[in-house]
Design a protein around this ligand. Structure first.
Ligand SMILES: Cc1cc2nc3c(=O)[nH]c(=O)nc-3n(C[C@H](O)[C@H](O)[C@H](O)COP(=O)(O)O)c2cc1C
Length: 224
């Protein structure tokens, strides 16, 4: 697969088969992701790859917390309201996802069920929880974002599906406890990965992108 093909093929998959990814393949993609660039080459990502029983148990703890109404306590703000066109794009993506799942806008129980599937990593056999040091902020978060896409493209090129998930960072205390990590580890996202279950309605979701000229401005001559 060429790089262009991998970029075009990658999409968020929200329903996985139980089949595990071979361990050597997992190591290979994480080796490749290590090549991601970062400011001053500090490589701020701290990745915890969780599989099997450990992932199931962690997912269940987070689902139980959600069902018990435990408030989210994310390390980084997660409930920001998007302005203008960004809100429109958010709504468009939600309409496409819930449309594919056949969930009506006001069907609160099924929307909450769909949210809780996030906490179970959409039944993926693996999820990586990506942390960075507690002193780090936006600039280091950029490095983590570049790392995420490098990792997802390496997965895609091997026929492995994934979904980046802010939702996997909403209960950091539970996650740190489960993994035996101290509070200097701050989490900003997780990525579930494995093989797509094509029978899951959510996986029929296809979102578009804004036309190039709405996002990119090309400059050459001097502005008068
Ligand atoms: C940092 C980040 C966090 C995300 N969090 C979630 C999430 O919590 N749950 C989810 O279903 N999708 C999540 N997504 C997936 C986006 O909704 C998805 O990337 C976007 O709609 C574009 O669709 P595509 O990935 O299929 O191209 C996240 C994506 C990124 C990059």
């Amino acid at each position: 697969m060429t790089l262009d093909e991998a970029i075009l093929k990658r999409r968020s998959v929200r329903g996985f088969l139980p089949r595990e990814v071979p361990e050597e393949t997992i190591r290979e993609v994480f080796e490749l992701a290590q090549r991601a660039p970062s400011n001053c080459n500090i490589q701020p990502w701290i990745s915890h790859v969780v599989s099997g029983e450990s992932l199931k148990a962690l997912g269940q703890k987070m689902v139980d917390a959600a069902l018990a109404g435990v408030p989210h306590d994310p390390d980084f703000t997660a409930d920001r309201k998007f302005p203008g066109v960004y809100r429109e794009r958010q709504i468009d993506a939600a309409v496409k996802l819930y449309g594919a799942m056949g969930i009506e806008r006001n069907d609160r129980p099924r929307r909450e069920w769909a949210y809780r599937r996030n906490l179970q990593a959409f039944d993926a056999p693996h999820a990586v929880f990506v942390f960075m040091h507690g002193d780090f902020e936006e600039r280091e978060a950029v490095d983590l974002g570049i790392y995420a896409q490098t990792l997802m493209l390496a997965l895609t090129s091997r026929g492995i599906d994934s979904c980046a998930q802010g939702a996997l960072s909403l209960y950091p205390t539970i996650i740190r406890d489960h993994l035996g990590l101290d509070a200097t580890h701050r989490i900003i996202y997780g990525i579930s990965f494995g093989y797509e279950d094509v029978a899951m309605p959510a996986n029929a979701t296809r979102v578009g992108r804004a036309p190039l000229d709405t996002s990119v401005v090309f400059h050459r001559g001097l502005r008068t």
